[in-house]
Design a binder for this molecule. Structure first.
Ligand SMILES: NC(=O)c1ccc[n+]([C@@H]2O[C@H](COP(=O)([O-])OP(=O)(O)OC[C@H]3O[C@@H](n4cnc5c(N)ncnc54)[C@H](O)[C@@H]3O)[C@@H](O)[C@H]2O)c1
Length: 268
């Protein structure tokens, strides 16, 4: 298998290490706006090659993994699928854009390819998908994060709330997932994955709590429906140098890659 990883940050670094380890990966390419970090991580690896554009290796790639940004999904998503590669997306929030989502889903269908969306920092997405086979009445996500994790969001830039100065937990947003994703594009990818798996971006409601006493990124999902009731809570350790991203999100990308390369698939 030949893989292209776009983005060599927190999540990409874990994927790079896994690609080097996995026997079924023959070679893999890494592309990042800042190639220095990618070169540093992969300098002693035998199968890795850092590239600066997509022209040369793209047609021979089996799987493109986006672990970069919503812009990268716009730039490379459709191209990956039309070149016959499968596509794994971490910046799932990009799919709130109806035009892009429909374009990518159609490209996957037309090219007999697949789009993989790992469960990210959430627990229970497998159960939400099962519950969605029948009627779902309600899906709610509560995201509790420390101020540092929310610092560079659109919301904080646009609002007048000084989240660094908060002394107690404060609900800073409550509304539909569609709006949450636009205001917190790098912080609530989980809301996008949950919406896609369940009842869509408008019917999924999101509450974002900024909690100065909290050191983890905590996501609680609640679902009511014909299948019953579901509550899932993940209390996630953040990456040390990237408080926005939960370690579990990177591990979900690694485990998705293992599933794609392997022969037995748990929790499908
Ligand atoms: N699905 C989830 O649950 C989940 C959880 C955490 C993060 N994410 C998302 O996954 C993505 C990666 O997260 P991360 O924590 O590894 O981020 P990061 O900031 O640590 O790394 C991102 C890397 O991608 C590079 N990059 C950005 N845009 C690019 C582009 N268009 N082309 C090439 N390189 C580009 C950056 O230079 C950076 O090195 C982000 O969009 C983040 O919002 C998803």
């Amino acid at each position: 298998m030949r893989i292209l990883i776009i983005g060599a940050g927190s999540i990409g670094s874990e994927l790079i290490k896994e690609c080097e380890r996995l026997e079924s990966v023959e070679e893999f390419y890494i592309m990042d706006h800042h190639p220095e970090a990618a070169k540093k991580i992969s300098q002693d690896m035998k199968k890795a090659k850092v590239i600066s554009d997509l022209r040369e290796p793209f047609p021979g790639i089996d799987l493109v993994i986006e672990a970069a940004s919503q812009e990268a999904v716009h730039e490379h998503g459709k191209k990956a699928l039309t070149c016959g590669a499968e596509l794994m997306l971490m910046s799932v929030g990009a799919l709130v854009d109806d035009e892009l989502r429909e374009e990518l889903f159609k490209a996957a269908e037309d090219n007999n390819s697949r789009i993989y969306i790992p469960s990210g920092a959430l627990c229970g997405l497998d159960a939400v998908i099962s519950a969605s086979v029948v009627k779902i009445t309600e899906v709610k996500l509560e995201t509790r994060k420390p101020p540092a994790s929310l610092m560079d969001s659109e919301f904080v830039r646009e609002s007048k709330i000084n989240i660094q100065g908060l002394e107690e937990e404060t609900t800073i947003f409550e509304g539909p997932a569609s709006k949450a994703i636009k205001l917190f594009p790098k912080n609530v990818n989980v809301a996008a994955a949950l919406s896609l798996a369940g009842v869509g971006f408008e019917k999924t409601t999101v509450k974002v709590i900024c909690d100065p006493s909290c050191e983890n990124n905590i996501h609680t999902i609640r679902l009511l429906g014909e299948s019953g009731e579901l509550t899932g809570i993940s209390i996630n350790n953040p990456f040390p140098d990237n408080p926005r991203t939960s370690y579990l999100a990177a591990l979900s990308a690694v485990s998705a890659l293992r599933n794609i390369c392997g022969h037995v698939w748990y929790g499908v």
